[in-house]
Design a protein around this ligand. Sequence first.
Ligand code: NZQ
Ligand code: ZN
Length: 387
Amino acid sequence: MNEFVFSYPTKNYFGEGAAKKALAAELPKYGKRVLLAYGGGSIKRNGIYEEIRSLLEAAGKEVTDFPGIMSNPTYEKVQEGARLVRIKDIDLILAVGGGSVSDCCKAVSAQARLSEDLYEYEYTAHQVPTQGVPLGVIVTASGTGSEQNAGAVITYEEKHWKGALWGTAASFAVLDPAYTKTVPMRQVISGAFDTLSHCMETYLGTPREPNLSDEMNEAVMRSVVRNMKNLSKSEGEDMAARSELMWAAAMAENGILKIGKTTDFQAHMIEHQLGAFTDCNHGCGLAAIQPTLYRHLAPSAPAQYARLAREVFGVEPAGRTDLAQAQEGIDRLERLIRDVGLPTRLHEMGITDERILRAVADTAVRMPGCAKQLTSEEIFALLKEAV
Ligand code: NZQ
Ligand code: ZN
């Protein structure tokens, strides 16, 4: 177990009616001016917008809308939000949406209180913002766990860069599984796969011998696999599975499973650059990359990959080597991805252009917790294999 300092600022309100409960308790803590941030309009179609807006107005708040936050939110959108926060002198940002809305608002919150450019501040001056406009997140599409931490994944289009900006963690988060009922099934499942990916990428970091965080992680991963299958089989009707997946997404990213670990997240770094060059769906991109990547990495940490195979994918050791067990685990992971209807190959997402794969391989960040330090050539080769 590595040494650690752990604290976690987000108060979670989970379950049916959580928004009403949360806003009644939280809104009195903040000033009058609220920025109501959301995506491309799903919350207007499913009634969540009306419900939240009337709760805000009933609490006497002055509401400013910040609509149109796109999937894979851009740096330009962050700047637009920060300008609005400054002009309207906002007291509380309320992000209502999936990971994209939450991420954008985490960065907006920090940028609004910073005179320097946020990207330059973090990547040139190597500083971390220490202040932000208070933020609450109402989750309407689960999977990323974005509402649980301060990291915002932002696409800087001009730079062909998609990566983490340190923003503001939510002071409170609303997790009502019923709010996710209208999310298209493919997005629900890609979100669930994102959660599984976060867990695996945490588990496969260092130290490579299992610690308490890993044993808790195994339980979360087994739950995600089971509930992904159940939700998929029930065509989205299984509310118990939906609830479990929503809390698993939060657990995967609230820091608890990362305690004492240096995480891997190499698959994420590759997928983020794929997103920067193609704007692809995050969970689908991971699904198409991860089995191929793991076939390359397992020989460098066979015992760890074998344990994942046994504990999460039910592989029997049957006197076989760690590597043989690990490979069967990866085959089962790939089968799971196919069974729940996600892509296992990049061509299924229309990604075949080798110039893009080359650019992704050349720009993906290398992670210290990964089982092997991959070269650009190795990443390029495995991306071609994943097509
Ligand atoms: O924009 P609207 O109209 O709201 O539609 C959204 C969007 O099209 C729709 N949606 C959301 N709630 C809905 C709904 N549709 C119907 N009913 C509802 N209740 O779902 C679509 C996808 O939303 P989005 O927020 O883009 O998806 P997701 O939650 O998967 O977030 C993806 C982003 O999060 C980043 C990804 O890279 C990507 O940019 N990530 C953030 C992380 C973090 N901060 O910790 C970690 C992840 O690894 C990830 O990188
Ligand atoms: Zn992710």
